[in-house]
Design a binder for this molecule. Structure first.
Ligand code: MRU
Length: 373
């Protein structure tokens, strides 16, 4: 995506550092965060400096590659970075068994950053296996390959999905499944970006997505940046809009899709899908095959992240002079719950826009597409 005419990727690895768009500061400040070690990258994932299933996946792969670099028996990986940048064991060359346990610990640390997005586990496993088999350079190459695939997946999903958008439509999306949630393009919002690039005239409803407001802060920022006509919708106004006939289609992303098509996505997605069914509004999920977890038969097996109640109690933003403040927006003394995702049953989903085409959310159809080369 271009910001002020410069093309940025949401996340990239250069040398032994991972660079990512600092999403906690958007939409008020556009800046890049540098994670120098795998532990820095873990913190960036869990504090949501980088977020969204695809970006989390790329970050997890890069973090695993950083761990290989940080404990390389030769002190460096060819062409990746200089010797001086690599933290070494006291002896200078780590023993094989300490390298093994370091890498396993790193893998566990990265896996424990966020529990729901399947892309995280997919990427960590690929990089870990490549590195264990073929060494540090192979781990770095695999992580870069996953990030490059992620760009291509987003572009392909957008190309399939944009055919669903017609002139004059009003399209609703929830959370941020855009460029910021991926390495580039996104999933649901890639469909919107690419339909806009075709010159189609349509309107986007961006759900606010409390408590972290990914829709109001991130999707809206992307749409402003791309010049796409839109408005932010309070989370509880969806049914009112749909009843009035003001929503023609809903497209959302996904964090994990079970073999039968049940889909975990940002909390509130399930509610939108129920209301869409009530008013016969097509409800699409957009996600690449790296988001599918074919090892689980249905959505009841998907772990749902519980985040801090402070995200419900407090909001951060600038005052009229641009100074940032965090203020309490709920009754002092009240408790809150903060489940980050919910699972939309396959029966409420019209179709899943994947990087291999649009598929019905049914076990056989998904398996057939999954196995297609
Ligand atoms: O908690 P987040 O912001 O990481 O959640 C993101 C979402 O739920 C997105 O809709 C989903 O990851 C799809 S983005 C590729």
């Amino acid at each position: 995506m271009k910001v002020n005419d410069i093309h940025y990727l949401t996340i990239r690895m250069e040398g032994s550092s991972v660079f990512m768009v600092e999403q906690n500061k958007l939409p008020f400040e556009f800046s890049i965060f540098e994670a120098k070690t795998y532990k820095d990258t873990c913190i960036a994932i869990s504090t949501m400096i980088t977020r969204g299933a695809g970006a989390i996946g790329a970050a997890g792969g890069f973090a695993m590659a950083q761990a290989f670099l940080e404990n390389d028996p030769f002190g460096f990986a060819q062409g990746s970075h200089g010797v001086g940048e690599v933290p070494r064991a006291e002896s200078g060359v780590p023993r094989a068994e300490s390298r093994g346990s370091f890498l396993q610990q790193a893998r566990d640390d990265i896996r424990s950053t966020r529990p729901t997005a399947q892309n995280l586990f997919y990427a960590i496993d690929r990089v870990y296996e490549a590195g264990v088999k073929n060494g540090t350079n192979a781990a770095v190459e695999e992580a870069q390959k996953i990030a490059a695939e992620n760009v291509e997946e987003g572009r392909t999903i957008g190309t399939y999905g944009r055919e669903l958008i017609k002139d004059g439509m009003k399209v609703m999306t929830h959370c941020n499944a855009g460029w910021l949630g991926f390495v580039d393009y996104g999933t649901a919002v890639s469909v919107i970006h690419l339909a806009h690039e075709q010159g189609k005239k349509f309107f986007v409803w961006a759900d606010e997505t409390r408590p972290r407001s990914q829709g109001a802060r991130l999707t809206a920022w992307e749409l402003v940046n791309a010049g796409i006509d839109h408005a932010i919708v309070p989370d509880n106004a969806g049914a009112w809009l749909m009843e009035k006939g003001d929503v023609d289609m809903i497209i959302v992303g996904a964090d994990r899709i079970a073999a039968n098509g049940d889909t975990a996505n940002k909390i509130g997605t399930f509610e939108k899908a129920i209301v869409a069914k009530r008013f016969n509004i097509p409800f699409y999920v957009a996600a690449p095959f790296s988001t599918f977890d074919m090892s689980i038969p249905d959505g009841s097996h998907i772990p749902i992240e519980q985040r801090s109640e402070d995200e419900v109690h407090y909001q951060t933003g600038p005052d009229s002079k641009g100074l940032m403040h965090t203020i309490r927006v709920s009754a002092p003394g009240s408790k809150a719950i903060n489940p980050a995702f919910d699972v939309t049953p396959a029966e409420l989903i019209t179709g899943i826009i994947t990087d291999k085409g649009i598929v019905k959310p049914e076990t056989n159809a998904i398996a057939a597409l999954f196995n297609r080369k």
